[in-house]
Design a protein. Structure first.
Lengths: 211, 211
DNA sequence: GATCAAACATACCGCCGGGTATGTCTGTCA
DNA sequence: TGACAGACATACCCGGCGGTATGTTTGATC
């Protein structure tokens, strides 16, 4: 997410991206036609194809934006000069908050990985998917790294295969993407309350306890 | 899951159901054509439409079977004459094992709820979806019930809104559906090892700790 | 105020896939 | 052995959607 100039051109682009995110999120990739997105904006196909060369590229743009968001949300925690456990908790908090606040993009982000299932047509798009998977791996690696350090410290615990523990940890954090539905009256306080409970659950599942 | 007679008719039906589950799981609902499922069986459309009136009905059958499986997997724990915490753990274990063993059906089951997004055409299918959601709610209610009892006992803890805790708990249990990929060499022991770690994580997140 | 390009809208093409109508084979039973 | 139904395969229809080709409007620039 490089700095976004606020000219008209970029406003239109952002508007399209958001509309696409909402459509893809609510109807899924296939069931969302270009006309669907256009109608959502009170426009026609011409507008969409003016900014994006294909439906797949539009989807990829939404997906990549979603990835930008989670990186941005967890950067402060990851780079913080704090004990490992606090860094991990800060990352978890940022991650969950992003899941709640940018729900549409996060849902698309999740579906984006399942896009493996579809027949990627062009070589460019295959490249785009590969890059996205690489970013995804890099993102998860941050969590794995901190967990490993926590294990070395003895402040965290994991089973014989720590990978499973990390996956379960992140599944808990990703939960809201599946069950949360944003409502008109939502406040930041409500988001924080949800995030706190999820983070508490997940961190407790991870912690080493004197048994 | 009523008792399944092993006549030829039913064998064909089960064969179709399994093939459909695999196709839907690997390619998604829209990207899976009737011809895809047929080819997967070395057959043609005629066979599929002989057993199912429409693509949607085929999908619903797979989805409902998935629901049958999770109920069957968790019934013993739910109805066991044991302390609440042990019953909950047994349910969790059964649930996770089902996620691993019947991976295809479980993935379809998960997508089935997102099918809200699609335009349900006929009234019959809308009814089918409503019934499925009702079953899903009933299933989750079992977990909510045991959590509530655990809270009353004091053996479990939850945040201000226990619903969030339950959702997070189940998100952890559902994790494998998203990240687990069955491999040819998989053994029951491997499944058990994964299940144990997930159950341990989730139960620890739920437990009341002397702080 | 003529030019031109950006920013769309409109009209249209081609294919794919759900569904149907019809044909074909095979076993069964009277 | 002929009638008939179950269990498919084959051929076909048609609506929708991705993509394109072609207008049309609007603002900036000279």
């Amino acid at each position: 997410m490089t700095d976004i100039a606020t000219n008209a051109r970029n406003d239109r682009y952002e508007e399209l991206l958001t509309a696409a995110a909402e459509c893809f999120q609510s109807r899924g990739f296939d069931a969302t036609s270009i006309d669907t997105v256009a109608r959502h904006l009170g426009a026609t196909k011409g507008r969409v194809y003016h900014y994006f060369p294909s439906k797949m590229d539009l989807f990829n743009a939404v997906r990549d934006r979603g990835m930008d968001i989670v990186f941005q949300a967890t950067d402060p925690g990851y780079f913080a000069d704090l004990p490992v456990l606090d860094r991990l908790e800060a990352m978890a908090r940022g991650h969950v908050r992003a899941m709640l606040q940018h729900h549409s993009f996060m849902l698309v982000l999740k579906d984006g990985l399942l896009m493996r299932r579809y027949t990627t047509t062009t070589e460019f798009q295959k490249e785009s998917l590969a890059q996205h998977i690489a970013r995804r791996d890099a993102y998860e690696a941050r969590f794995r790294e901190l967990l490993a350090k926590g294990l070395a410290e003895g402040s965290l615990r994991a089973g014989p295969d720590p990978a499973i523990t990390v996956q379960t940890f992140m599944s808990a954090l990703n939960g809201p993407v599946a069950w949360f539905r944003p409502r008109p009256g939502d406040t930041p306080e409500k988001f924080d309350a949800i995030a706190e409970e999820i983070v508490r659950f997940a961190m407790q599942g991870l912690r080493a306890l004197p048994s």
